[in-house]
Ligand binder design. Structure first.
Ligand code: NDP
Ligand code: GDR
Length: 338
């Protein structure tokens, strides 16, 4: 029988890759989309077809902060699986918008769990919560695994800790199939352009094509465990196919600095990052997470999941992609009619 899934955050990086994966697996996919004055579906336009002929991918207006509408939707479509990926996901921005961040992430997750609890009275629904390595914050141990205590360092991370615990709470209190994936940073050519890896690859491409002179960054010494988003959505799916609900770290097991990433990207374009990168304190955070390094052994052992794309390969994929965009931009600029 065809399974159906609801994805919140389907217009984001992970949501778009997950939708592709589930469609390939034969699922019917429902996505929650926020109404906006411009289109926000760029990342999924290539998989969206006329719903009258291809009712495989269906989009619904909604917002994680509107619990009533979310429950109505869940009761109407009766998904077998819900992937809660929607969030105000930018750590730096969460310092500017702490309450909104808590509403989308904390209250949002609770709204999803409540909707699932209602549906559970009728049929079993499995819930995936997009938890984050940011929850480890000022780390208490290296590397971090499922038993490492959380020590959050931002409004974003505090909200994610709340959502994590509510997911565990609903599992224990109501016997629900509710699981957390604690995902370390994962990037791609679809990464939002204000996250540091994409900011670097976009700028490097434009600098190479003579369209930009400098790249302004914040803390170059922060260390992150960086993987490729396509690998990680496969992990999310596996978490919900496991025999029992549980919490899993998904990571590569390797950490590198922001500087290392910049150095590699500029090198791949035959440039030296030191000639172009400048520090702008505006990008420093009130509190920084200095070092994240995940231990993905549990996911490997229980789910057979490993991150198959390494740091160099990730940088290469993103750099090549963004050089192509820059070439198109440069070409379009040359042909602007006078
Ligand atoms: P993105 O920022 O690319 O996507 C976020 C998605 O959430 C977008 O579709 C956005 O919609 C949607 N959204 C934002 N606010 C709301 C709201 N109030 N109601 C409904 N939807 C909303 O994030 P990623 O794809 O990178 O991440 C997916 C999830 O995984 C997030 O929860 C993130 O916090 C978490 N995470 C990400 C990691 C990473 O390295 N990428 C690591 C660990 C966790 P719109 O397009 O309209 O803005
Ligand atoms: P992060 O990702 O905060 O880890 O959260 P981001 O790419 O924003 O920052 C990574 C590190 O780079 C440093 N940095 C800069 N960051 C940005 N955005 N812009 C800059 O100019 C810049 N210069 C240096 C940051 O200080 C930080 O140390 C991401 C998000 O996807 C979260 O939703 C997710 O939960 C975590 O990853 C795991």
């Amino acid at each position: 029988m065809t399974k159906n899934a609801l994805i919140t955050g389907i217009t984001g990086q992970d949501g778009s890759y997950l939708a592709e994966l589930l469609l390939q697996k034969g699922y019917q996919v429902h996505g929650l989309v926020r109404r906006s004055s411009t289109f926000s579906t760029e990342r999924i336009d290539h998989i969206y077809q006329d719903v009258h002929e291809h009712p495989k991918l269906l989009l619904h207006y909604g917002d994680l902060t509107d619990g009533q509408a979310l429950s109505n939707l869940v009761l109407e479509i009766e998904p077998d699986e819900i992937y809660n990926l929607g969030a105000q996901s930018h750590v730096r921005v969460s310092f500017d918008q702490p309450i909104y961040t808590l509403q989308t992430i904390g209250v949002g997750a609770l709204n999803v769990l409540e909707a699932a609890r209602l549906l559970n009275k009728k049929k079993e629904v499995r819930v995936y919560q997009a938890s984050s390595s940011e929850m480890y914050g000022d780390v208490m141990a290296v590397p971090q695994n499922e038993t490492t205590p959380f020590n959050p360092q931002s409004p974003y991370a505090c909200a994610k800790v709340y959502a994590f615990h509510q997911t565990v709470n609903y599992r224990r209190s109501y016997g629900m199939f509710a699981s957390n994936g604690i995902l370390f940073n994962h990037e791609s050519e679809r990464r939002g352009e204000t996250f540091v890896t994409r900011k670097i690859t976009r700028a490097a491409g434009r600098i190479k094509m003579g369209m930009q002179e400098k790249l302004y960054l914040g803390n170059l010494d922060a260390k992150r465990d960086w993987g490729y988003a396509k690998d990680y959505v496969e992990g999310m799916w596996r978490i919900l196919q496991h025999s029992a609900p549980d919490d899993f770290v998904l990571a590569t097991g390797r950490t590198e600095t922001v500087r290392d990433f910049a150095k590699l990207v500029f090198q791949q374009l035959d440039m030296n990052y030191e000639d172009y990168v400048e520090i702008d304190p505006r990008y420093f955070r009130p509190a920084e997470v200095d070092l994240l390094l995940g231990d993905p052994s549990k996911a490997k052992e229980k789910l057979g999941w490993v991150a198959s794309t390494n740091f160099e390969e990730l940088a290469r994929i993103m750099t090549e992609h963004d050089l192509e965009i820059a070439k198109r931009e440069a070409h379009a600029k040359r042909f602007v009619p006078h």
